[in-house]
Design a protein around this ligand. Structure first.
Ligand code: NCD
Ligand code: ZN
Length: 372
């Protein structure tokens, strides 16, 4: 006898907050946004922007290009390049950011915000990460900029790591919070701040007990891996990113925060592609390319934590509310459709030249798939 036909997919769990039936089904979500992504420039931009635009309606685009985006004119031009690199018909909207330096003029930061060219400014401690050489030597050096931002309601996005070589790399986030972030919030009580890509229970606790204008983004990779992933069976550069993944206890704290329904924690992938030669190198670059399956990756975590009903808040609501932007009205559908993630993606730039990238979850099976 032929096996009975599989049960029909149950009606979509399309009401916000409604979980799908265990083992079956689909999830309908308000379309998410990515509140922290690296889209790069040139051939890499052309190769990767489609992956982000397929999943997300908007994204906060990091300004750490070479040279960094420090002027309104540079941001305007970069926005144009992003739009031209988008697949035809895409409604994706890049939300640009200013790169803060010790010498950036507060009037330039304010002008770009008022003109709607950028929506936030990024503080990289000098030399903390990729293309952060021109970053800020000390937050005190940009007090006038922060005062202007506080006055006009412009969010400050922070890469929260000290660069002091005497501080153990796994402690750099916690020490940044104590040395720099806590005093900065005291000095600027009205400033909206996002602590980006948090990686520690220290950051979770700090944000949870902080003022309402403080929030944090959480990446998919910090929810899935701890620091062992970089060393399991040999050196694994595709799991190296900054801030570096920490101990298991920190991963568990991040999972609890992301799935808690607390609106101060929201989605930011920190998808950060680097070519193979930059990853497989004696001085390999930090960054994980997770854009192609980002929402599927988050869905896996929320399902494992029994919190699928809270995915929509984290992915699609808390971010826009923090930034004071409208919620998206379009919806996306995830189906339970286990699929193996390609070991390598054969992407291409606009001229068709190949750009090979290893996606996060390469070689693993993801249970959910974005279908539209
Ligand atoms: C980012 C990059 O490559 O631009 N790398 C990373 O590991 N996350 C920079 C950053 O966000 O630190
Ligand atoms: Zn980043």
């Amino acid at each position: 006898m032929p096996p009975p036909p599989p049960p029909a997919t149950p009606p979509q769990a399309s009401l916000p907050g409604q979980a799908p039936l265990p083992g079956t089904g689909s999830i309908s979500l308000r379309q998410p946004d990515d509140w922290h992504v690296h889209l790069r420039d040139g051939a890499m931009l052309e190769a990767v922007v489609g992956a982000t635009a397929r999943q997300f309606r908007r994204a906060i685009v990091m300004p750490n290009l070479q040279p960094p985006i420090t002027t309104v004119a540079a941001a305007r031009a970069y926005g144009g390049r992003i739009r031209r690199a988008l697949p035809p018909g895409s409604s994706f909207e890049p939300l640009l950011t200013a790169y803060l330096t010790d010498s950036i003029d507060p009037r330039e930061v304010e002008a770009g915000f008022r003109e709607g060219v950028w929506v936030a400014a990024k503080l990289y401690p000098a030399r903390a990460t990729t293309n952060a050489e021109a970053g800020v030597s000390d937050p005190l050096a940009i007090t006038a900029v922060l005062e202007a931002m506080e006055r006009i309601g412009m969010p400050l996005l922070i890469h929260g790591e000290v660069t002091d070589p005497a501080i153990d790399i796994f402690d750099r986030e916690a020490v940044f919070i104590e040395r720099h972030l806590a005093p900065l919030l005291q000095r600027h009580p009205g400033l909206k701040v996002v602590l980006e890509h948090i990686t520690t229970s220290d950051a979770v606790e700090f944000v949870r007990s902080g003022p309402p204008q403080l929030a944090a983004t959480i990446t998919p990779h910090h929810l899935h891996i701890n620091r062992n992933a970089m060393f399991q069976g040999g050196l694994k550069p595709d799991f190296y990113c900054l801030p570096v993944a920490k101990r298991e206890l920190h991963r568990l704290a991040l999972r609890a925060a992301a799935t808690s329904g607390d609106p101060r924690f929201f989605l930011g992938t920190d998808s950060a592609p680097h070519g193979r030669s930059a990853k497989e190198s004696a001085c390999g670059c930090a960054g994980i390319f997770n854009a192609p399956y980002a929402i599927e990756s988050y869905a896996a975590v929320f399902e494992q934590e029994g919190a699928l009903q809270r995915l929509e808040g984290f992915a699609s609501e808390f971010g826009p509310r923090f930034y004071g932007l409208p919620l998206n009205t379009a919806r996306i559908t995830l189906e339970r459709q286990p699929h193996a993630v390609e070991p390598r993606l054969a992407l291409a730039d606009a001229a068709g030249a190949p750009v090979a990238l290893v996606p996060f979850h390469a070689g693993e099976t993801l249970a959910w798939r974005l279908v539209c």
